[in-house]
Design a protein around this ligand. Structure first.
Ligand code: ADP
Ligand code: MG
Length: 623
């Protein structure tokens, strides 16, 4: 409910998957571990259970596509062998090249590759469908949860964290499902298949090719170890920079007012320098990886070619097999890095899924009653009966609050800052539940209503105005979607907003910007008041709703409100006591208790807390 809807970067944004390796899954990042890998993965796969049949087909297609891919070189090798033997025969004068045979083989290879691609397409199409469907469900679950989670969750969690669950974490799951999962299958199948083919051609050559692996593993290990700290630093400072920019943007004016530009630029430059050096080091080191591995690979290549050539001369194997073998060696390294990366990918996915599940498992609001009361006509009798409440139960904010608001009465709640006035309002709207005691509307405890029904009887205007980017008309109409344009204008007139709206460039169609900084704070308040008026509720709550408008406008609004509120119950919290003089009942709060209650004249005569409060204001404003 605070003004804090600017957090687009959040703490989670800094830990986006990075690193140029491993298909976007940040091979070098590591560090992010799920607390309970097993049960998280089990739960994630329960989401997959619904797509069992599709997944079986995906697996089959992945395997078939890969097997076709693996057979290709071996068959193509036969063409080379046929050509070679034909040429040799021609030289020796014993025969000719069998081009027909070669053509057949090549057509066959073509068919194999086309088939492989086709299966791969189908597989990708099916898997994308599944993963899009699952992430859609995830997002939906999270979004529903957001509306069911009690307010005190947000008291303890930053918006950025919640945001990053919806965006980053679900995105990670999506990527794993749509890409990594099939990649894992094809990599494993490729690895096994290629190995079989290689051994079937020549075990000696295979051993040489495999012998290069430990060498590149050591090299990769060294690089990863060295670059990891730079990757971490890069992520960390990226987060710092995002945070800094965000802070400076949202507090642009204040920052300038305190001449903070220099300081801000210095901080930025310091962070930017660190980011620069860590970024280029990490990029350089990881960029070195591929050339080095290729170099090692080429060493193996040369060895294999020499041995292969010798075998051909010895007539141990055919020349086509050597060609196929070299192709296999080539297609060997990629699946190895992918397989080596599997545990990383799974860990990251588990960590992301765990965070999403944790959020979905947060305590919900107390469930709605089985048999909610549904009043045709709400009279607006509100009773507070010995209400006790604390945001933290051990730390009470409201102690034993009792009061009765008769239907149609105007109730003012006054008291110093922190007395608990807004808290009473939140309890009345059932944003929080009372710890003991009860709040009753027309004699029914709040818990007996559904939340939706209850809130439909209330209109609320807060000091923290909430407007969204859209036209002024849309913002007012938020109070009642069925209102006509004429209704909107009438509500704006009652809120004394009509006049200023008409002086705006586009009048009612003026677009409010994202932070609604293109209208003044007082004007924002008038708009929210117009919205509440349009909603036409039985009970109206104004919590310091007019604190940002001038005294004259405030009094005008109060008059309009009083007319409007005739026959409805209203709760008004106001700083300027002059505006609530005509209230039917004034509740004077201090430190969570009602210390006095009565009418303005009654309380003044009493000469207590309220009289002091009123006189101190009156003294000051009379100068
Ligand atoms: N979301 C919250 N979590 C914890 N404490 C809160 C929260 N909101 C308000 N408080 C505390 O409750 C007390 C009453 O606050 P509030 O009802 O907002 O006072 P006010 O009378 O100024 O409207 C204050 O001490 C405040 O610090
Ligand atoms: Mg308040």
């Amino acid at each position: 409910m605070s003004d804090d809807r600017r957090n687009n970067f959040g703490p989670g944004a800094g830990r986006r998957r990075g690193g140029p390796m491993g298909g976007g899954h940040g091979a070098m990042m590591g560090g992010e571990k799920a607390k309970n890998f097993g049960s998280t993965m089990k739960r994630l796969s329960s989401y997959l259970a619904k797509y069992k049949v599709t997944l079986v087909f995906v697996f089959i297609f992945a395997i078939v596509s890969t097997v076709f891919m693996i057979i290709g070189p071996k068959v193509l090798g036969r063409a080379t062998t046929t050509l070679f033997e034909g040429v040799m025969a021609q030289i020796n004068g014993t025969g000719t090249v069998d081009f027909q045979q070669i053509g057949k083989i090549i057509l066959f290879v073509l068919a194999i590759y086309v088939g492989s691609t086709l299966f791969s397409f189908i597989m990708g199409w099916m898997m994308s469908g599944v993963s899009a469907d699952i992430t859609y469900r995830f997002r939906q679950d999270v979004s529903r949860k957001i509306n069911r989670i009690p307010f005190n969750y947000y008291d303890n969690t930053t918006h950025g964290e919640t945001l990053s669950r919806i965006t980053n974490d679900i995105d990670t799951i999506n990527q794993t499902l749509s890409q990594s999962l099939t990649q894992i299958i094809t990599s494993v199948v490729t690895l096994i298949g290629v190995m079989i083919m290689m051994f079937s051609i020549s075990w000696q050559m295979t051993l040489i090719a495999l012998g290069m692996l430990p060498l590149s593993a050591v090299l990769v290990g060294v690089i990863v170890k060295n670059s990891q700290k730079y990757f971490k630093q890069q992520q960390e400072y990226l987060g710092h920079i995002n945070g800094h920019v965000e802070e400076m943007f949202s507090g642009h004016m204040i920052m300038k007012a305190f001449n903070g530009e220099e300081r801000s630029i210095k901080t930025f430059e310091k962070n930017n320098k660190t980011l620069f050096s860590s970024a280029w080091k990490s990029q350089f080191l990881s960029g070195m990886m591929m050339p080095l591995m290729r170099f090692v690979g080429n060493l193996g290549y040369v060895a294999v070619a020499i041995l292969g050539g010798w075998f051909v001369i010895q007539r141990v194997i055919s020349i086509g097999d050597v060609q196929a073998f070299i192709q296999y060696v080539n297609s060997f390294t990629q699946p190895i890095t992918q397989v080596a990366n599997i545990s990383n990918v799974l860990q990251q996915t588990a960590a992301a899924a765990e965070r999403v599940f944790e959020f979905l498992d947060e305590d919900q609001e107390i469930a709605e009653t089985e048999n909610p009361v549904k009043l045709e006509n709400v009279n607006g009798l509100v009773e507070f009966r010995n209400v006790h409440f604390g945001y933290d139960p051990a730390n009470p904010v409201i102690n034993d609050f009792s009061a009765i608001a008769e239907p149609g009465q105007k109730i003012a709640i006054v008291g110093p800052t922190g007395a608990g006035k807004t808290t009473m309002v939140k309890l009345l709207m059932r944003f929080y539940d009372v710890q003991s005691g009860a709040i009753l509307v027309d004699g029914h405890p709040l818990q007996d209503f559904t939340r939706e029904d209850l809130r439909s009887h209330f209109g609320m205007v807060l000091q923290d105005t909430w407007l969204y980017s859209g036209s002024i008309r849309e913002n007012i109409r938020y109070g009642n979607q069925n209102a006509t344009d004429a209704d909107v204008i009438r509500a704006a007139e009652a809120a004394h907003a009509d006049h200023f709206i008409r002086t705006l460039p586009d009048g009612y169609d003026m677009q409010l910007n994202e932070e609604t900084t293109n209208v003044s704070q007082g004007q924002r308040q008038l708009l929210t008041i117009a919205r509440a008026i349009l909603a036409d509720p039985r009970i109206l709550i104004l919590d310091e709703a007019t604190s940002s408008v001038d005294t004259r406008t405030e009094e005008l609004i109060q008059k309009a409100m009083d007319n409007l509120m005739a026959g409805r119950t209203s709760f008004v919290i106001a700083h300027r006591l002059s505006t609530i003089k005509n209230a039917d009942l004034i509740l004077v709060m201090n430190e969570g208790d009602i210390v006095e209650q009565g009418t303005h004249t009654g309380l003044l005569e009493k000469g207590g807390f309220y009289a002091d409060l009123y006189n101190s204001q009156f003294d000051r404003t009379s100068f």
